[in-house]
Design a protein around this ligand. Structure first.
Ligand SMILES: [Zn+2]
Length: 128
């Protein structure tokens, strides 16, 4: 049993990094606001938080680590700056990623930005 009873979490303004796997499989967590002080969301930090529907990330240059929100199967709303660095698979297997990819032409695989050659700057995936 991991943290199924956790439904909300408040991060204090002096946290700089959410460490790897911190909220792994916290299926009760429904929403989270990540304060400006956090510049790095570690690998797998919110992996498979299956109840998570919305995330607000305040830091404009935040690094969203590999697989950090992967398999958050209800995640549809993410507030994040365009200058954020989204690492591979960060929003993989989430409805948010498919929505965003459709609406903004972002990488289907990792949510990264495409170059003008339609190749993902992040993971190299290219659109045919
Ligand atoms: Zn990509």
């Amino acid at each position: 049993m991991r943290c199924v009873e956790l439904t909300s979490a408040t991060l204090s303004n002096n946290v700089n990094e959410i460490k790897m796997n911190t909220f792994l499989e916290c299926s009760g967590l429904m929403g989270i606001t990540i304060p400006k002080s956090v510049s790095k969301i570690g690998e797998g930090a919110f992996y498979e938080c299956s109840g998570l529907t919305s995330v607000i990330i305040k830091n404009k240059g935040v690094v969203v680590g590999v697989n950090s929100f992967r398999k958050c199967s209800k995640l549809t709303s993410v507030s994040i700056s365009d200058s954020a660095i989204i690492q591979e698979g960060a929003f993989g297997d989430t409805p948010y990623q498919s929505l965003r990819w459709k609406n903004e032409g972002l990488c289907e695989r990792c949510g990264g930005q495409f170059s003008f050659l339609k190749k993902c700057k992040n993971c190299g995936y290219s659109v045919k």
